[in-house]
Design a protein around this ligand. Structure first.
Ligand code: NAP
Length: 255
């Protein structure tokens, strides 16, 4: 790359942060971004600018893609629980010597009034629910709902954007909805369904945090699934601005 060339960026997305980043750098002649989406949801919210959809075929496929497209930087802005994609990004970046930037939104932290039961995995969450809950609000997305399918004595309100994948618990109702949600509506939903426990991943972000405020207000305990550990990026930030600054700095450094 010389000073006249743009920095070619693969932006691994599927998150609001990735869409914000794509919008922020769109039109910047120094940065040429291709956003990538897994293609899992029925009507994805497409980012501004170029985009591709679908898996790469594991780390080998991604490595090939980076080489073929002459990618200068990989930005992993996937969801904090999209662990396979992040791990593939690390492996392929290392294999090709491509710098890896991680954009990940801050985790939620409990306030004094929150009643969180923190667990380290989906299966631990299921065990906690079976022990503690008779009417549970399951807000973990469409994946992994089958980890709760063995629980017979709890009724579940399962909320996701697209229908859940795999087996469902014997007693449940599915609610298809896409955030953002208002706190008053979340309170009403939990009241109407007499929810005694909520289950969520610690996704962070403002898009879905109204459910935490609602649980706090109602005194409903929250089974909070902690984030998996992360390591291995050349630069990690929790704001779009910091990543944009790093990318523009990279253009200067490499120019
Ligand atoms: P995952 O388990 O980490 O990824 C599974 C496979 O899906 C990957 O190995 C990859 O296939 C493909 N993939 C994932 N993200 C991709 C991307 N941005 N571009 C191209 N291929 C991608 O991921 P997941 O948890 O299923 O999440 C899928 C997408 O939804 C991610 O982009 C993530 O940001 C978004 N999302 C996830 C959650 C969540 O709770 N997990 C919540 C909101 C949004 P190949 O191996 O074939 O390359």
């Amino acid at each position: 790359m010389d000073s006249r060339q743009t920095v070619k960026i693969l932006l691994l997305g599927g998150t609001s942060e990735a869409r914000s980043l794509a919008a922020e750098v769109h039109g910047d002649p120094r940065l040429d971004v291709v956003s990538s989406l897994a293609g899992r949801v029925h009507e994805p919210q497409l980012p501004v600018g170029s985009a591709r959809v679908g898996g790469f075929g594991g780390p080998a496929g991604l490595t090939q893609w980076l080489e073929h497209e002459c990618v200068d930087v990989v930005v992993d802005a996937t969801h904090p629980f999209a662990t396979s994609m992040s791990s593939n990004a690390r492996e392929s970046s290392r294999a090709t010597g491509t710098p890896l930037v991680r954009l990940v939104r801050p985790a939620w932290t409990p306030s004094a009034d929150d009643r969180w039961i923190r667990v380290g995995s989906i299966s631990e969450a299921a065990e906690a629910v079976e022990r503690l809950s008779r009417r549970s609000f399951l807000t973990i997305g469409r994946q992994n709902v089958d980890a709760f399918a063995w629980i017979e004595r709890t009724w579940f309100l399962v909320r996701s954007i697209d229908p859940p994948i795999g087996a469902l618990p014997p007693h449940h109702e599915v609610l298809l909805a896409r955030g953002p949600f208002a706190e008053a509506d979340e309170i009403e939903l939990m009241r109407v369904h007499r929810i005694d426990t909520m289950v969520t991943k610690n996704s962070g972000g403002a898009m879905t945090d109204a459910k935490l405020a609602a649980a706090r207000r109602l005194g409903v305990p929250v089974v909070m699934i902690d984030r998996p550990r992360e390591a291995g990026a050349d630069f990690t930030a929790d704001s779009v601005g910091a990543v944009v600054e790093w990318l523009r700095g990279h253009h200067v450094r490499q120019g």
